[in-house]
Every structure is written in structure tokens, then in C-alpha cells.
Design a protein around this ligand. Sequence first.
Ligand SMILES: [Zn+2]
Ligand SMILES: [Zn+2]
Length: 310
Amino acid sequence: MAEKIKLTFLGTGSAIPTARRNHLAMLLQYKAETILIDCGAGTQRQFRKAKPNPCKMTKILISHWHGDHILGLPGLLQTLNLNGYNDDLTIYGPKGSKTEFKEKISPYLNFYWNISKRQRNQFNIVVKEVNEGIVFEDDDFSIESSEMDHGCPTIAYSFTVKEKNRLDKTKLAKLKLPNSPLIGELIKGKTMKIDGKKIDGKKLMYTEPQKKITFILDTKINDNAINLAKESNILISEATHSENEQEIAEKYGHLTSVDAAKIAKKAKAKKLVLIHLSQRYDEIPKIILNEAKKAFPNVIIPEDLDKLEF
Ligand SMILES: [Zn+2]
Ligand SMILES: [Zn+2]
């Protein structure tokens, strides 16, 4: 069975938090990876409520340096330090992230770390600036980024578990083969003679399709968003405004419900998840949901601490 990708919506709000929605932060867990996407104020408290341990965190992806996406970093990093986090932590972000981190986050870390009586090893933080293309890749998965249009350096990310050839264990069991190192060769797709029987390894294999999830945070509608989201199983997109606020959305560099639905449709995404709703829709998210549904039916609006697996 393929390993699932688990998503936790730590915060689904926008510029101003509400009782219902914290500032933006999402967590993606897959095998040994625990990846935080943006870190609005109060994210570390949301971690406690949602249960995943922040000390397991392997990477942080920052979309841009507006306060509602990053102000939770100093507190979260302090907690990691107090809890003895001892890995190297890489923070990915758009052009200018090194300066932003140095000016906006580092002063707090020095303060916290110097006065802390429980001071532990100060773990190493690496800030990497990325814009278009592959951000990280191994044999199993890749992370890609693309530039957005939000009036300041902003990027969107996608996380893709690659297509894999897997052995159909039920088919193999039916052949009742004796234990043999030759079975390892079948898994490579070779034809082998085992126990007098000629067996085609390729017939025992099946293709597990890629799994892709795209995160489009603050931006105006743009072609990069459609290209990055192509064939996503899940597209998570901001939808700050209603379709009646098209002008405001354009002025402040945001998406409307219908813009997000258009991106999902053009990208042939399978499911759309809307976040970063303006506080105006806090009690009435159905307005945003129903507008988006007209253009793209498979859409949801999660609440804080909701989880999604696929
Ligand atoms: Zn925002
Ligand atoms: Zn923003």
C-alpha cells in the first residue's frame, strides 16, 4: 500500500485572525517528512491542539514575508530550541528571504536564546531562496516552486510523490513460488525461470500514479499558478474575496472564489480546497464555497485543525 500524504490545516484565516480561523499555516506529513507551509502568528499553539510534534519538522516553506504568513516563526523556533530540536532546519522562501529572516526573525531568536535558562544546543537554520523550478528532490518525491503576482516576492509550491512501479503481492502469492533470490529479479521486471516455471516479472508489477498537492497562497490570478497546479490531486488555494469584490482582489493582489475555481479547472485538478478567506466570510463561508462550486464542483472549505489524507 502506498504511504498516504497527511495534511493538517493549522490555520485557515487571512490578514486578521478570527475566533474561528487562526493565521495561515499548514502541515504536510509524508513518511519521514513533516513540512510546514507558512507560519502565521499562533502556529505553535495550533500545533499543540492538532497534536503533531513540531520537533519532527524537517522543512519550512514560506510563500512570502507578509505578517500573516510568518509572524509565528520566532515563537515556534524558540519552542523547538527549548525542546532540544537538534536537526538542521531549512527554511525555503522567495527572493529576499535571507534578508527578511535576518531582519524580522533573527533579532528575536538572539533574545530568546540568550536569556533562556534552559538553553540547549542552538540548532542550525539554513534559509534558501528559490523562485522557479525544483526546490528539493529525491527518488521518492519532489517540491517545486513558481513565482506568483502579489506585489512582493511570492511563490507557490507543489509537492509531488513520483509515479512508482510496485509489485502486486497478491499475484506473486498466487504463483506459490519457493523462497528464492530470483524473486528480487522479478521485481526489477525481468523474466526468470523459477521452480521450472518461466515467469514474466513485468506482469507482476503495477504502476502507482503520482500524487500531487499544490499550495497557492497570496496572489492575483496568473498563468504560473495554473501551470504549477497542473494535474494536482489536491489544489489548496487562497480565496480571500467573493466574486463581487473582483476589483479589491486585483488591487490587493488576491484571488476571488471564482479565480481559484478557474485555476483548478484549467489545471485539471481533482479537488479544490479554499483557505485564507477574508474575515468578512468568517460566519458565511458558504458564499465563497457556492460561488466556486459553479465553476468547479469538487471544492471544500476546511476549518482550523481539519485533516485530510490521500
Ligand atoms: Zn495573506
Ligand atoms: Zn500577502
